[in-house]
Design a protein around this ligand. Structure first.
Ligand SMILES: Nc1ncnc2c1ncn2[C@@H]1O[C@H](COP(=O)(O)OP(=O)(O)OP(=O)(O)O)[C@@H](O)[C@H]1O
Ligand SMILES: [Mg+2]
Length: 161
């Protein structure tokens, strides 16, 4: 699905990494591990933006959809459920149950569905974004340190999902 060949990244004249080679196949789940500052987040951003301008190559068919969590926590919909439903693909706008299942898995209760998103803590706002990402139609989902905003129950649910 995606092939990365000899990818390089410089900040100024400082080399962050080079010779990064990997392939990502459909359905694969990959953990990216490395020291603080070793370039994990930078690499994920390059994948997301398909940015190989600084050397090497990221080959990926244009139809492949790569998503990560939207950082902006301002929501347009009046309720949590409507917000997550707004991310459903055009051909499955009626599959509200998928939005509900993702929200429940991530720690929301049924009575939260009709509450406005702004009422929630930032941790739960991130979970709303995550639920949106999960119901949308991506081929590759990039999650940078999801343990930072999920509890163990939600994390287990996400792994299963
Ligand atoms: N825009 C930038 N300009 C200059 N240096 C940057 C920039 N973004 C990141 N860096 C530097 O590049 C290095 C890699 O950062 P990155 O955030 O990718 O590491 P990381 O592996 O995700 O670290 P962590 O485990 O702390 O999340 C760090 O030394 C960081 O200071
Ligand atoms: Mg990082």
């Amino acid at each position: 699905m995606i092939r990365v060949t000899n990818l390089q990244k410089f900040f100024g004249d400082q080399l962050l990494f080079n010779d990064v080679n990997l392939t990502i196949g459909e359905g694969e789940k990959i953990g990216l591990i490395g020291r603080n500052g070793s370039g994990k987040s930078t690499f994920l951003k390059m994948l997301l933006e398909r940015d190989d301008s600084k050397g090497g190559e990221i080959e990926c068919h244009p139809s492949v959809v790569i998503r990560s969590l939207e950082q902006n926590l301002d929501f347009g919909a009046p309720t949590v459920l409507a917000q997550v439903c707004s991310a459903l693909p055009a051909d499955s706008v009626h599959e509200e149950w998928r939005a509900k299942a993702s929200l429940m898995g991530l720690g929301f209760e049924e009575f939260d569905f009709d509450r406005p998103p702004f009422e929630f803590s930032s941790g739960f706002k991130i979970r709303i974004r995550l639920a949106e990402t999960l119901v949308s139609d991506s081929h590759l989902l990039l999650l940078d340190e999801p343990t930072n905003y999920l509890d163990i129950v939600s994390l287990r649910w996400l792994e299963h999902f």
